[in-house]
Design a protein around this ligand. Structure first.
Ligand code: ATP
Ligand code: MG
Length: 333
């Protein structure tokens, strides 16, 4: 039995299909036989300067989507990051072990701070990967199920863990491994199939937002950018649009990509898009019903999250005590 930890940011009203296929389906699968801990990382979402009321609503919506996807709060631990203060406390400690240049090499920071450069961004966005390392190391995590875009942050987390063990003695923290499932590790934007699908993308037209109107979802799939050939073939280099649609189709139906290529031999892109849109709508409709059932009872939802935070704190406090003690801080009480 391994300890599993992962989280998502409440940066949108809805998760997008990449979050579901790249991470959430793995979360659900890994609950079996493991000790899984899943977090809504609201402190991370503060890096994008959200409206307070909107952030609170999105935090509940994100938790409801974990539950609707199959995260089971009886078997696993489900909570909100800001309700366990040890995350922010460990992040400070880790920031004192992180090189400034090391943090500066994180490509997500470069992408997200974008054209504004260092002057237009915040220290919080810069130290985001350090907080993420704290999230993971607090729970003596073995495996972190994430999408491909988080691989570099996981590498930093591992480097920090090894550094702490070298400095303060073997066994100070567990060195975690990423759990990245290749087939669905990176779902692409439907309008720009060379860019990652992201819930906070500048334009929503290339997104499949799981809580969107199913008619809009179907329309976005039918409008997906493809190429000028006719052949339905998995070839991510030359046919990124078609390959992305085949990846999504395969992941949602369990049919292999090879089987889909055969089934669509001699047929047009239009057929593939229309039929994939049906697959997505058939799957997303009951998912939306489950999400709304959780959102209709916010007191019950908040209760699940508060209970999860209590249980998470019991684990997090032990790790932080150990790290404080080894760092030479006086014992916490
Ligand atoms: P944001 O634009 O706010 O960063 P996001 O869509 O990237 O939103 P995150 O909350 O940053 O979502 O990430 C949640 C999880 O979803 C992470 O494990 C991440 O690796 C995974 N993920 C995000 N986008 C994709 C994608 N396009 N394909 C596969 N996995 C993804
Ligand atoms: Mg992201």
């Amino acid at each position: 039995s391994s300890r599993i930890f992962s989280g998502m940011q409440p940066t949108s009203d809805s998760l997008q299909l990449g979050n579901y296929l790249g991470a959430l389906t793995q979360w659900v699968a890994l609950q079996e036989g493991n000790q899984a801990i899943y977090c809504v990382v609201d402190l991370h979402a503060l890096t994008v300067g959200p409206d307070p009321a909107v952030l609170r609503e999105r935090t509940r919506r994100t938790a409801a989507q974990y539950l609707a996807a199959g995260v089971d709060p009886e078997r696993s631990l489900l909570f909100v990051q800001s309700q366990v203060p040890e995350h922010a406390e460990l992040a400070w400690l880790l920031s004192c072990h992180t090189g400034f240049g090391e943090a500066g090499r994180m490509t997500q920071f470069k992408d997200k701070s974008g054209k504004q450069g260092a002057e237009g961004t915040t220290v919080g966005l810069f130290t985001y990967p350090v907080l993420m390392a704290a999230d993971i190391l607090l729970y003596d995590t073995h495996l972190v199920p994430v999408g491909e875009d988080q691989r570099q942050h996981l590498e930093l987390t591992r480097d920090l863990a090894q550094r702490l063990n070298a400095r303060f003695g073997a066994g100070t923290v567990v060195v975690p491994e990423p759990h990245i499932v290749k087939a669905t590790a990176k779902i692409y934007d439907l309008q720009d199939p060379t860019a990652k699908m992201s819930k906070s993308a500048a334009s929503p037209n290339g997104l499949i937002e799981l809580l969107d109107n199913p008619k809009v979802i179907a329309k976005r799939i039918r409008s997906a950018v493809t190429d000028t050939e006719r052949e339905i073939r998995f070839d991510p280099v030359n046919k990124p649009g078609i390959s992305n649609l085949l990846t999504i189709y395969s992941a949602l139906t369990g049919r292999s990509v090879a089987e889909l290529e055969t089934a669509y031999e001699g047929r047009g892109y239009g057929d593939l898009k229309v039929e994939l849109a049906e697959v997505v709508v058939d799957w997303v409709t009951p998912y939306q019903e489950r999400v709304h059932a959780y959102l209709d009872d916010p007191a019950a939802l908040d209760g699940i999250l508060a209970d999860g935070a209590d249980r998470a704190r019991d684990i997090a406090a032990v790790t932080l005590d150990r790290l404080y003690e080894r760092s030479g801080l006086l014992a916490r009480r």
